[in-house]
Design a protein around this ligand. Structure first.
Ligand SMILES: Nc1ncnc2c1ncn2[C@@H]1O[C@H](COP(=O)(O)OP(=O)(O)OP(=O)(O)O)[C@@H](O)[C@H]1O
Length: 296
């Protein structure tokens, strides 16, 4: 049952794996407080998206949760039947996806794509839903929301489409938003605007956000807490400020060193050293042996 003081999200020792037993997440734990932004950071393949997908119940068909728990506002998601789970997740969580083009249905106008879920899932009447959609399009700084509601996705720029998806995500007032690299598919100037917009709406609404990114610069701008991942394993979990001022794990230090700094253009930056990557993989192979032996 949900409790009054529950975290928005608790992920407890989550393991997900392929049918052959290969783990994509290894004992991942994290929490998200109401109104908090937690960044999930790591290089490609670290398992960041898989965490978001596990929470939203949209894992690929060949990937399964093998162990661990996910609690959304204190409710155990993986003890529910799939239909109950879908209903609970749809009512309290939303996704801002990476690629705004594939996330929108190309043959439907924008308006119904925002309005229909409000009517079908949240049970609003059509008029309320339309007013809400117009209000949200205005709040994501889309000029002429009425015209945009009548447009098809291909008539909008990439940045506009991402604004539409941000409006759609915030429209039902979810308590949790998973933002999965929401700026990656956009060009650099638009990226900054979209990041600012998500931060603005998040602060206004107090929605908790799980923000997936590979960019430590983005982590610094948007989050209060950060989980650093490598090969599906948590390397470090700390307040963002501490991660930048006093990183504890060598991999975190390497990621920071690999991020160009706008404040300090003189500072050289360097890729994560191959020797460190090799050491981490060796440790993970060791972990996997112990895990299979039931010792961790
Ligand atoms: N459908 C799938 N079937 C099997 N393995 C998959 C599938 N999708 C992803 N993976 C693997 O799962 C691991 C984690 O993937 P995930 O997409 O979560 O990484 P990520 O950290 O989000 O990286 P990226 O920044 O590249 O999206 C990777 O090793 C990836 O190859």
């Amino acid at each position: 049952m949900s409790s009054l003081h529950a975290h928005t999200l608790d992920v407890i020792k989550l393991n997900i794996a392929l049918p052959n037993g290969h783990r994509l997440l290894r004992n991942v734990s994290l929490t998200l407080e109401p109104g908090e932004v937690r960044a999930l950071v790591g290089e490609s393949g670290a398992g960041k998206s898989m965490i978001g997908k596990s929470v939203l119940g949209i894992l690929p068909p060949n990937v399964a949760i093998t162990e661990g728990e996910i609690l959304l506002e204190g409710q155990h998601l993986n003890m529910m039947t799939p239909p109950t789970r879908r209903k609970i997740v749809a009512q309290s969580a939303a996704l801002i996806p990476q690629d705004p083009l594939t996330a929108l249905n190309p043959v439907r106008k924008i308006g119904p794509q925002i309005i229909d879920p409000l009517v079908r899932i949240q049970g609003w009447n059509a008029r309320e839903a339309e007013t809400r959609a117009l209000d949200l399009l205005d709040r994501v700084h889309i000029r002429d929301p009425k015209r945009v509601m009548q447009s098809y996705p291909h008539e909008l720029s990439g940045g506009m489409r991402q604004r539409v998806l941000i409006a759609a995500a915030f429209a039902p007032s979810p308590r949790l938003i998973v933002a999965d690299e929401p700026t990656t598919a956009l060009d650099v100037t638009v990226q900054k605007q979209i990041l600012r917009l998500i931060r603005e709406l998040q602060q206004e609404t107090g929605t908790a956000v799980l923000f997936v990114t590979h960019d430590m610069g983005v982590v610094a701008k948007i989050s209060q807490k950060v989980t650093v991942l490598f090969a599906g394993k948590v390397m470090e979990d700390a307040p963002t400020r501490e991660v930048f001022t006093n990183p504890q794990h060598p991999y975190t230090r390497a990621l920071i060193a690999a991020t160009p700094s706008y404040a300090d253009l003189e500072r050289p930056f360097s890729p994560v050293p191959a020797s460190l990557i090799a050491d981490l993989h060796a440790q993970i192979a060791q972990d996997d042996l112990l895990y299979r032996g039931g010792r961790i």
